[in-house]
Design a binder for this molecule. Structure first.
Ligand code: UTP
Length: 469
């Protein structure tokens, strides 16, 4: 049987023969490409998702609202330090975390496979210029943080970077162009997550984007489990003696990469999965929240909370759902392994999206309302499976300034303002002065090196926009 016939047979079996409707019009290479893309689709999985899509999100009888009603504020938790004793504990945690880094037991995972559709940037989000003066990219700032941390502890910390079909090639090319930002090619591991097709809501048909391409999107940050395994990353981690992974997202440059205190708390509690929370601005803020449900730590999505539930308060008057998820985690490597060996499949979440598609006559249609389902897994759904899960509260202004939207909240403007504000604080505490209305940017290489920064700025008055370092 020819390759074409084999693919056709599969498509017939799964009720998707229209994906080859235009094959006769394609060049040989375009047909090759289309066949390869179709061969990579996990049809049994997609068939299950299509069959179950109306039930995917009801977690249990009674649904999400019932779960929210049983939820309490997170219990296993380290709050922001208030007392001298808290500060002392944080100092001790930082010391333990530093030792873990020095022992070479920590790697960093960056998830950079998303489509960044809200930002509307025409390249992988990591290439977005965010430095308020230098326009350094998100990738550069994160890599330089990691480089500085590596230099401080005298160990090359490996960087595991998840890409997707959409972001892989331009991401790798960018790192090559910038010589891996000094991290060393041998310390940067790219691994690609899988894609899943978009499915027309009304018919259950997989959509074509063009005559030679199926409409697909990455399978969510929860796709990391399969992607780590498929690309041999767990083996690399083991070979390098990596026991804990600092996980973060590409859109938040103000995260403290491989934060020693966070690693120390994680170690002290013998945690499988530690996650950073920040206080929500109010009950209406659209942010997933950490909570304890039936004794387990979970993240409840904003869309799963009714306004009444979101506003529910504790005895002391504060919100039950105050702990916003920052998507900064520390995973024990063995926890990844146990999730994989139990073949534990994270649930799929269904999004209703407007997906442009090729109709049967070969014309591209741009729908005005959501017409299709996309399927995604979320990494935080691993939380309830952790034997020990810990939540650590962090200062929001300091560490959570994501670039999600083109304008308004969580946008380049708010993130640049935060970077500038943090630089002002750093420069002023290092003995420099910044004139009113002037923006100074401090290289991420200096963020955790106050003495080096002081040697550059102490006694200086900045009267024009400047990049330090
Ligand atoms: P978001 O959930 O903010 O999605 O991703 P996004 O794709 O970046 O942006 P929108 O929703 O299309 O506007 C949070 C983080 O998870 C990564 C993103 O790259 C980002 O770092 N991510 C998301 C993946 O790596 N893969 C995915 O499939 C989805």
């Amino acid at each position: 049987m020819s390759r074409l016939e084999q693919v056709r047979e599969t498509l017939n079996k799964y009720g998707q023969p229209h994906l080859l409707r235009h094959w006769e019009e394609l060049s040989e290479s375009a047909l090759e490409k289309l066949l390869t893309q179709i061969e990579e689709i996990d049809f049994p999985l997609v068939a299950r998702l299509i069959k179950n899509r109306d039930h995917q999100h009801s977690v249990e009888p009674g649904g999400a609202d019932d779960r929210a009603a049983r939820a309490e504020a997170p219990e296993q938790m380290v709050r922001l330090p208030q007392t001298d004793a808290d500060w002392q504990r944080k100092k001790e945690a930082a010391k333990a975390g530093e030792q873990l880094l020095r022992d070479g037991k920590v790697g960093a995972i960056l998830v950079a496979g998303g489509q960044g559709s809200r930002l509307g940037f025409d390249a992988p989000k990591g290439l977005f210029p965010i430095g308020p003066v230098s326009e350094r990219t998100l990738f550069q700032i994160l890599c330089e943080q990691l480089l500085a941390r590596s230099q401080a502890v005298g160990v090359e910390i490996p960087y595991f970077i998840m890409t997707s079909e959409a972001t892989h090639l331009p991401t790798v090319a960018f790192f090559e162009q910038y010589k891996y930002f000094g991290l060393g090619e041998e310390n940067v591991y790219f691994f690609q997550q899988a894609s899943l097709p978009a499915v027309e809501y009304s018919s259950g048909r997989i959509l074509l984007e063009s005559k030679d391409r199926v409409a697909t999107s990455p399978d969510g940050h929860g796709g990391i489990l399969r992607a780590l395994e498929k690309n041999g990353m767990i083996g690399v981690m083991k070979d390098r003696g990596i026991e804990h992974l600092f996980y973060h997202q590409v859109d938040n440059p103000t995260v403290t990469v491989c934060d020693p205190a966070l690693l120390g708390y994680h170690l002290r509690e013998d945690s499988d999965l530690t996650t950073v929370a920040v206080a929500k601005t109010g009950s209406e803020e659209k942010m997933g929240v950490l909570a304890t449900v039936d004794g387990r730590t979970e993240i409840i999505e904003y869309s799963d909370l009714s306004p009444e539930q979101a506003a529910r308060t504790q005895d002391n008057g504060t919100l039950v759902f105050w702990a916003g998820n920052t998507a900064v985690h520390v995973f024990r490597r063995e926890f990844f392994e146990s999730l994989l060996s139990d073949d534990l499949s994270l649930p799929f979440h269904i999004a209703h999206k407007k997906v442009p598609y090729l109709d049967d006559s070969g014309t591209v249609q741009t729908p005005e309302s959501p017409n299709a389902n996309k399927f995604e897994q979320f990494v935080f759904d691993a939380l309830p499976h952790a034997k020990v899960a810990l939540v650590v509260e962090e200062n929001r202004d300091q560490m959570f300034n994501p670039v999600k939207n083109a304008e308004g909240n969580d946008s380049p403007a708010t993130c640049r303002a935060a970077l500038a504000q943090q630089a002002r604080q750093m420069v002023e505490s290092a003995g420099g002065t910044i004139a009113e209305g002037i923006t100074v940017e401090v290289s991420a290489l200096l963020w955790s090196a106050p003495q080096e920064l002081a040697s550059l700025v102490s006694g200086q008055v900045f009267e024009e926009d400047t990049v330090v370092g």
